[in-house]
Design a protein around this ligand. Sequence first.
Ligand code: ITT
Length: 193
Amino acid sequence: MRTLIFATNNQHKIDEIKKVIGEQFNIITLQEAGINIDIPEPHDTLEANATEKSTTIYSITKLDCFSEDTGLEVEALNGEPGVRSARYAGDGKNFQANIDLLLNNLENRTNRKARFRTVISLLMDGKEFFFEGICEGEIIQQQSGNKGFGYDPVFIPLGSSKTFAEMSMDEKNVFSHRRKATDLLLQFLAEIK
Ligand code: ITT
C-alpha cells in the first residue's frame, strides 16, 4: 500500500481527509512522523502556501507527501479573507475571533455569497501536482452549530439548509471543498497505480 505524509498540523483536516481516503492509502500525519514544526504560510495564494507546506516536509523526509491550503472567499469582501482565513483576526488563529470579524464586516450586506476553496499540493517522486475543490454557499447572519472547525458555524453550502457546524463529518463531506479536492487526488493516485 502506498504511504503518503499529510503535511498539516490541523487535526480537523486530518480527520476529514482520512474519512474520504479510508483504507486505500496509508496516511501518516506529521505527529506520527515525529515532525513538530509550524509550517510556514507566507505567500499570497493558496497554491503557493500549499507548495510551501509540501516542499518543507518533503525536504525533511524525502517521502511522498501532500498538503492543502484552504481559504474562505467572500464575494462582498472582494474574496477576503481568502488566503488569510486562518489569521483573519490576528496571528492567534482564533476561530471565534475570525467569525466575529467576518460577521462584523458583513453587517448590513445583502450579498452573503461565499465559497471555500481547497488546493492540494502533492509531491510524488519530487514532482508536484495540484488538485482543487470548491464549495459554493453563503454566510448566515448568526452562527449556528458546534461541530467542525473554523468558519463552519457561519457557512451554509448550496443545496443545504444547515451550516457545516450542524452537520456530521459524513454530511459535510457530501458538499465539502476538501472532499472534492481529495476525490481528484484519489482519482490521480488510482490512475498511476
Ligand atoms: P495547516 O496549515 O497546518 O494545514 P491551518 O489550520 O493553518 O492548518 P489553513 O492555512 O488552510 O490551515 O487555514 C485555513 C483556515 O481557514 C483555517 O484555520 C480555518 O479557519 C479555515 N478553514 C479551512 N477549512 C475550513 C473548513 O472546512 N471549514 C471551516 N473553516 C475552514
